[in-house]
Design a protein around this ligand. Structure first.
Ligand code: PMP
Length: 292
């Protein structure tokens, strides 16, 4: 049974300060964000009605906007209230929350200095990002590489940076994999198309230094949880020829949460003690009331 398309659902979407019926939350086709990717967004999850790391996400949305050369017309506190109201109004305990901002349709062309900045927030039920994720997902090597930091604002969660992610994810899916592993411009391992990556070698956690991709909030949480358990964590350059040395691999992200990886381009991995311990700690952390 296929799900209803996103434009044809019941509910409410917060748009520029008020709730509008879900089906009416549209933009004009001549919108700068649509043509020139002047859009930033957040992906978050609410657990038991409360958004995990909500404030960090709101702050990152502001940071992404600034990196794209614009200021959001709503403060972090205002976003916090609006996101929580959106979750409350959805009636969902567990929800995926998408807060986003884009340049409007006042002017067309590359320059958009005075275009209105629009902000919207939607929440919906989204189960596991990868179906059957606990079986472990299979990754293909991506046909595209992450751009060098001087070629794109790589610390922004900006729509334009997802062009190569969708291309890579489609290539992987078309070849029978669930996702793609992207290298950076130097050939080092970077991340998957919408999640960071971790490796285990002899009980030690290794993860690439986030110098050309998003330093994910889930990534930062997992590093803290691992260290709190006494697991050593090493952030460093990781090269593809090291893959054979690793015993466990997993992805982290707000949507992906912690997703075990069973294969990368023919090399097999199995979730073990480290992945299982972190899955359990992450589940405890997200289900704790995170009102702080
Ligand atoms: N990298 C990319 C490309 C992503 O889209 C995401 C998801 N936002 C992440 C990493 C993980 O970030 P976070 O843990 O903050 O969701």
């Amino acid at each position: 049974m296929s799900e209803a398309p996103y434009h044809d659902r019941d509910g409410w979407i917060w748009k520029n300060g008020e709730f509008v019926p879900w089906r009416d939350a549209s933009v004009h086709v001549l919108t700068h964000g649509l043509h020139y990717a002047s859009t930033v967004f957040e992906g978050e999850r609410a657990y038991d009605g409360s958004i995990f790391l909500s404030r960090d996400h709101s702050e990152r949305l502001h940071k992404s906007a600034r990196l794209m050369g614009f200021e959001l017309p709503y403060s972090v506190d205002e976003l916090e209230r609006a996101k929580q109201e959106t979750v409350n109004k959805s009636g969902l305990g567990s929800a995926y929350v998408r807060a986003f901002a884009w340049r409007g349709s006042e002017k067309m062309g590359v320059s958009a200095q005075t275009n209105k900045i629009n902000v919207a927030i939607a929440a919906w039920h989204w189960g596991d990002y990868f179906p059957d994720k606990m079986k472990g997902i299979r990754l293909m090597m991506a046909p595209w590489t992450r751009p060098a930091p001087h070629t794109a604002p790589c610390q922004a969660k900006a729509a334009g940076l997802y062009m190569i992610c969708t291309l890579s994810k489609h290539a992987a899916e078309n070849a029978g994999f669930q996702d793609a592993l992207m290298l950076d411009w130097r050939g080092q391992i970077a991340e998957a198309t919408g999640a960071n990556i971790f490796f285990v070698q002899d009980g030690v956690l290794h993860t690439p230094t986030p110098d050309s991709f998003l330093n994910g909030l889930t990534r930062q949480t997992v590093i803290k949880l691992a260290r709190a358990r006494g697991i050593e964590v090493v952030e460093r350059a990781i090269w593809p020829n090291e893959l054979a040395n690793f015993s466990e691999v997993f992805l982290t992200g707000s949507a992906a949460e912690i997703t075990p990886v069973s294969e990368i381009a023919g090399m097999k991995f199995k979730p073990g003690h480290v992945t299982e311990a972190l899955l359990s700690d992450f589940s405890t952390a997200t289900r704790r009331k995170n009102a702080a």
